[in-house]
Design a protein around this ligand. Structure first.
Ligand code: AHG
Ligand code: MN
Ligand code: MN
Length: 331
């Protein structure tokens, strides 16, 4: 007989003592993200019914305005974290500026800020392909009890306290790290509970998948073109197989399980590529490193970059360690 699987709630409680600061605040924060993820999951699952229940901008049968899913997800995460009085600040890919949370009850005693990509891979919603949510958590650097400032958000990835993602796929999973390895939890939608299904997730050191939008090939620097040709050459375990969903979360998740590299390089049009350092690259880099993988901008470790603005972009190479190191030799 198999033993009862551990729930995410149980896992959070059991691991609370391994955090550096054990006030329980980080546990409550992860619990809030779990809650918001379930609500967003419910909405994402209904996306295919949009022709029946109404489009963004329409009014639904209850008289509520229908929202685009990325706006909906953004509002849900912000509402949950604000109302439950868990953090002192939030920055979101969907917001121009960061949000400072002034709680009357606690006199703003919260220590953590959250950075979030509420819906990643949004171009895949309308076609029933996996999307995700990415989050990143830091301790504020300015004094507790004062309003947060931009400095609280522009921290290096190496200062992250926790990071994770939710993938709304064939199953919905929440995968996160607090710096003690990476664990994955699968939602049982019948009862709304996440179970520990993937303990201690790790990237295989080598893999045979490369994930890149090759439609941009003509605009890539020569080093990237050469690396793509290397992936396609017949030699040893090559050619690799090409897999690109166009949702970073889903591409990363598959590569972590099977072994592979994801890259979104600079192009002649966008000198820093497309992905955002704070909402996408840093959290995925933290998870990758915690799972024995690697994340780089082609030359340097992603988590060593000192951000200068909230919506900064960066070239991104991430996945199985040996594959990322090989790609770097081409840059
Ligand atoms: P978002 O939906 O949050 O804007 O992010 C989309 C990102 C990432 O998830 C994905 O890997 C990449 O953009 C796809 O970009 P291309 O369509 O240019 O390949
Ligand atoms: Mn995204
Ligand atoms: Mn997004």
């Amino acid at each position: 007989m198999t033993s009862t699987p551990k729930t995410l709630g149980e896992f959070i409680i059991e691991n609370q003592s391994s955090f550096k600061y054990t006030s329980g605040e980080l546990s409550r924060l992860i619990n809030s993200i779990r809650l918001a993820a379930k609500v967003v999951n419910h909405e994402v699952n209904k996306a295919g019914l949009v022709d029946i229940i109404g489009n963004a901008g329409d009014t639904n049968i209850q008289g509520e305005d229908q929202q685009k899913l990325d706006v909906y997800a953004n509002n849900k995460f912000i509402q949950t974290l604000t109302k439950r009085n868990i953090v002192c600040g939030i920055a979101s890919e969907e917001e121009d500026d960061f949000i400072s949370i002034n709680s009357q009850d606690t006199n703003n005693q919260n220590k953590y800020v959250v950075l979030i990509d509420p819906l990643d891979g949004s171009s895949n919603i309308d076609v029933n392909v996996s999307v995700g949510t990415i989050f990143s958590i830091y301790r504020r650097v300015t004094p507790v009890g004062t309003p947060v400032t931009i400095e609280d958000f522009l921290q290096k990835g190496s200062d992250q306290v926790a990071a994770g993602y939710v993938v709304y796929g064939t199953s919905t999973m929440l995968v996160y790290t607090t710096g003690h390895g990476v664990n994955g939890f699968t939602l049982n939608p019948a009862i709304g509970t996440f179970y520990l299904s993937h303990p201690n997730m790790t990237f295989p050191e080598n893999g045979n998948i490369y994930s890149v939008n090759e439609g941009n090939y003509i605009h890539f620097p020569q080093g990237v073109k050469n690396y793509i040709k290397y992936c396609q050459e017949e030699e040893g375990d090559r050619p690799y197989t090409s897999r690109y969903i166009g949702s970073l979360v889903s591409d990363f998740h598959r590569n972590m399980i099977k072994g592979g590299i994801y890259f979104y390089p600079q192009t002649s049009k966008d000198k820093n590529g497309k992905l955002r350092l704070l909402y996408e690259c840093n959290p995925m880099a933290f998870i990758a490193e915690q799972a024995n993988g690697k994340a780089s901008d082609g030359k340097n470790r992603i988590m060593d970059i000192k951000p200068t603005e909230l919506h900064e972009r960066v070239p991104f190479f991430c996945g199985s360690k040996n594959m990322v190191e090989k790609a770097e030799t081409f840059m």
